[in-house]
Design a protein around this ligand. Sequence first.
Ligand code: ATP
Ligand code: MN
Length: 467
Amino acid sequence: MEKISRTKVIDVLKSTAYGSIVNVKGWVRTRRGSKVVNFIALNDGSTIKNVQIVVEIDKFDEDIIKDVTTGACISINGELVQSQGKGQTVEIQCREIEVLGPCGADYPLQKKGHSMEFLREHANLRLRTNTFGAVFRIRHNMAMAVHSYFHEHGFFYFNTPLITASDCEGAGQMFQVTTKNLYDLKKDADGKIDYSDDFFGKMTSLTVSGQLEGELGATALGAIYTFGPTFRAENSNTPRHLAEFWMIEPEVAFNDITDNMDLAEDFIKYCVKWAIEKCQDDLEFLNNMIDKTLLDRLHFVLEHDFVRLPYTEGINILEDAIKKGHKFEFPVYWGVDLASEHERFLVEEHFKRPVILTDYPKEIKAFYMKMNEDGKTVRAMDVLFPQIGEIIGGSEREENYDKLIGRIKELNIPMKDMWWYLDTRKWGSCPHSGFGLGFERLILFVTGMQNIRDVIPFPRTPNTAEF
Ligand code: ATP
Ligand code: MN
């Protein structure tokens, strides 16, 4: 076969160089037609769209044509022509075919319309479906939006460690990291494991958040963001939780809680707008195939301000709803950690738009959040989204050394290895704020997918670490 440099399908479809000879390579979606002429729909992943290859059967060796089956990888040289058919403007009149990788009838993705569950079991192949192609092109574009937003706004991309000796959010959710021989663990007189001979000489785990290190960055560089893997060993089998997910954590010196809310809202809207502008084909596909309200929902978020509401008022609204006969599974009272049904009631039924809930009771929030004057609530903010629930959790941080130490003692947090964090409050402390946004929750919202396992290529959840 003649060597011609490859053109991506996305570029072929935009080309008007009729009569020129092009090479395309990709995977066969379908082949249909008669004994005289066949039409191959070819996809190379560069776009959701396929290019149509027209093959006049009598010009080709029968043995080659029979290998052009669904899933096979082929290379085509042919003439770019204006298409007579519906739904496309160009097609390729085939001159030469090479089958790079045949694909037998035992290929699991023969037919369309597999269940998401089935596709999860074939996560190595599901990438080749239209749906997952669309999702992962959008995921890439959202990553670009994240970097672009922060870069444009003067934030520095700050890489915090994945292996850590501190437990920021509280015990029990961390994956331990060790090189110790688990078959021969020595314990001291109190039954404790001695880590002094472990790789790092102390107990270490995979990080649940880069925030504490992020605060060091913010109180030096002014404004930073992290964007990296985050690990939580929480045994919550929900469509919103992964054991390994990607988190974006901006942290900004001199920002108070209001600045923090402004940043969160502006940032999310920027990402949604980016998707609408740059992922049109993929969004249209998902809007047709997965969720008919997707595009409306994205536009709606862009066009409306998020509601900003103190937790206490949120509780009042929920209690009112109960009085009027609304039934919740879990109880509502001041001090309760809201269940997802409560959050969704506020967002989807009461306000019918995103809600930023603020000023939570200190008992249900982390030690580092800034205390309000009432001594009961902290300057926390959760951004709650339709269908997703919590998409962002953040706060203004407690910058006062004595107050912070007070909270740490109250909560019995093991801080002996945390001197480096407390130093920020000792020397040149400053007001600052930040938040964490779960990247996959953003992708859920932007794609309309229902399960978080379907917006990360290879999900890690309890009892699943395949691929
Ligand atoms: P949730 O209440 O939904 O379990 P959280 O309050 O534990 O979340 P934070 O500690 O505030 O979450 O983390 C910040 C953000 O990270 C959350 O708003 C969410 O978007 C995301 N996130 C948290 N846990 C997970 C997880 N297990 N899988 C995917 N994303 C997560
Ligand atoms: Mn949270």
